[in-house]
Write a protein of this length. Structure first.
Length: 270
C-alpha cells in the first residue's frame, strides 16, 4: 500500500460526501487523493471515455480541492466493471472510500456482490459513507467492533490509528448475550476479550483514551446505536461470535447501509 487515498465517484450527491470524507482522510494521513470513476464499456461509442465521465471526475476533483485546500488531488476515468476497478485501485491505496448509495457505476454498490467482493478481496481498508457530514461528528469517538476474530484484530490496528489521527477517544464495543448455564460468565468473557484486544495497542498509542463497552445486545443493534454518536465505525470484514454475519448477510447490510457515520471494514491481509 502506498501513501494514497482513493475515492470512487459516480456524480451522485452522496459520492461528493464520500469525496469530502476521503479528502479529510488524505489530509490526516499526509496522503494524496485519487478520484476514480469506473466506466463500463458500451459499444458503439464515439468517444472513450465519455466526456460526461471526464466532467464528473473533474467536478469531484474540484470539490476535494475546495474542501481541503492544498491537498494534492488527481482524477481518472477507468474503463471496466466497478468492482474490478476498485479492487485494482485498492492495491496501491491505504484507504478506499465509496458512497453506500449512488447512481451509474456505483448504483448497486451496497445492494449486490460489489461490497462483499471489495471487502473480501480488496487490499486495503474500505470506507463507506451513507450520509453527509454532521457538524457534531467531529466531536464523536472512533468506535471499534471487537469479536476476537483475526479480521477484528486487524480492525483494531486501523481503529487505534484513526483515533490517533483524529485526536479523539476510542470506544471498543463487544456485543454479548447472557449465558443461562453460567450467569455472569458472558459479561466477564466480553470484558476479558475487550481488554485483550486493546491492552497492547493502548501502550502503542498513549495519547488515545480507550473506553471498553461490553454490551448485552445483538451485534447489529449495538453497532448501529454506537454509530449515532461516533465519527467513525471500524469493523473486521468477517468475524465470529457477535459479529459473525458481518459482510455476509443482514449485519453487514445494516452496518454499511444504516450506520449514522462512515464505516471502515478491514480485511485480514496475512
Amino acid at each position: 500500500m502506498g501513501n494514497l487515498v482513493v475515492v470512487g465517484v459516480d456524480g451522485s450527491t452522496m459520492s461528493l460526501a464520500a469525496v469530502e470524507a476521503a479528502a479529510a482522510s488524505a489530509v490526516r494521513r499526509g496522503a494524496e487523493l485519487r478520484v476514480v470513476h469506473a466506466e463500463v464499456p458500451i459499444k458503439p461509442r464515439l468517444a472513450v471515455p465519455d466526456p460526461a465521465s471526464r466532467t464528473l471526475v473533474q467536478e469531484a476533483v474540484s470539490h476535494a480541492r475546495a474542501v481541503e485546500p492544498g491537498l494534492v488531488v488527481n482524477g481518472a476515468v477507468v474503463t471496466g466493471d466497478v468492482g474490478h476497478v476498485l479492487e485494482a485501485e485498492s492495491r496501491s491505496a491505504e484507504l478506499i472510500v465509496v458512497a453506500s448509495r449512488g447512481t451509474g457505476g456505483l448504483a448497486n454498490l451496497m445492494l449486490g456482490s460489489t461490497p462483499v467482493s471489495l471487502a473480501a478481496r480488496g487490499h486495503c481498508p474500505v470506507m463507506t459513507v451513507r450520509e453527509p457530514h454532521r457538524a457534531s461528528a467531529g466531536d464523536g469517538p472512533v468506535v471499534l467492533g471487537i469479536d476476537g476474530s483475526p479480521h477484528s484484530d486487524e480492525a483494531a490496528d486501523v481503529a487505534f490509528a484513526e483515533a490517533a489521527q483524529r485526536r479523539t477517544e476510542l470506544v471498543a464495543v463487544h456485543a454479548w448475550q447472557p449465558d443461562e448455564a453460567a450467569p455472569g460468565t458472558a459479561r466477564e468473557s466480553a470484558e476479558r476479550l475487550l481488554g485483550q484486544a486493546t491492552a497492547g495497542r493502548a501502550d502503542a498509542y498513549p495519547d488515545v483514551t480507550v473506553r471498553r463497552e461490553p454490551v448485552d445486545a445483538e451485534a447489529r443493534d449495538a453497532l448501529l446505536r454506537a454509530s449515532e454518536r461516533a465519527q467513525l465505525l471500524v469493523v473486521g470484514s468477517r468475524g465470529r461470535g457477535g459479529l459473525a454475519g458481518l459482510l455476509l448477510g443482514s449485519v453487514s447490510q445494516a452496518v454499511m447501509t444504516h450506520a449514522h457515520c462512515p464505516v471502515v471494514t478491514v480485511r485480514r491481509t496475512a
